[in-house]
Design a protein. Sequence first.
Length: 367
Amino acid sequence: MHKIRLMIVDDSILFRNWLVQNLGADSRFEVVGYAVNALDAKNKLPQIKPDIMTLDIEMPGMTGIDFLREVLPVHPVPIILVSSLNVRVFDALAAGAVDFVRKPDMNMEGGKEAFLNTLKSKLCAGAEAKVRLPSAIPTTARHITEGVTTPSAGMPPSSSVTTASPVSTRLPANFGNIDVIAIGASTGGTEAILEVVRQFPAKMPGIVITQHMPPGFTAMYAERLNRICQLKVKEASHGDKVIPGQILLAPGGLQMRVIRMGSGYSVSCTEEAKVSGHKPSVDVLFDSVASTVKNRAIGIILTGMGADGAAGMLRMRKAGAYTIGQNRETCVVYGMPMEAYRAGGVCVQSALSSIPQVVMARLSKPS
């Protein structure tokens, strides 16, 4: 079995040695080198040639973000950030890092074990990930690629769309009878979500998003989106209304559902067990939309490892929702969208840059 060649970069000698010891003891990994800071890593990387790296952000001299910007264009190796609660994580993801894990509280019972399990899982998935530099993610439409969904799912095949025109901001008052847009993502999702929602105009149906992310980071991510997007974005709170012109982001550590509230909708955010291995879970969100919003919904599943959201998207499609999956070519990890596609839950497969056009076309559809 091929071992994943791993390089560890952290300026804390104690934490670095702890990572080397624990990851090196796992038969799936071979720790082929370490670096004491980003500049050290920059010098060693061409010789070590790892399959994947861990990288801290805040280090003396060259920061992790500087490293990403300078090194990835020359050596596009997948990088998992290992960082404390820090808003600069999102700058690092924008610079090309594949994913991140929050550093553990070394004194908290069970914290170290949970951290290692999460990190190992992301290292295994990340080793096969596509590194996407900012210049490689276009902001204008390219094309939509659609195929045929699996007939075993009992769903009709996907229709065929060949081109995408610029995003139209002129929509009917009823948004084509669409009340809610639900989006789910994981690895690579922070930048993929931004690429989609930043192109939406201020007048849109209510949008709900589940992105796999730990507590603390979701509030910072919502603030980042809110600064960039035309729509209002906030981390969801229990009881928030799903209203036009607003995006609600599922809070880390809670499960978010869309529920009926009078003639409209709101969200419930509750402390529950993980579903499909995650909290928040895309399946939980999509299942709730399928049961409450039914055919007045659009579902979008973006890049991410695993299968969370695949079953929920199929239920959305069976309930009459219009469902969109990111295509293989533009995913950092073609896991969740692939499983949704194979299950028959995807109406349309689209390049990431074309998804806004696909959504706007559906919203413009005559009632």
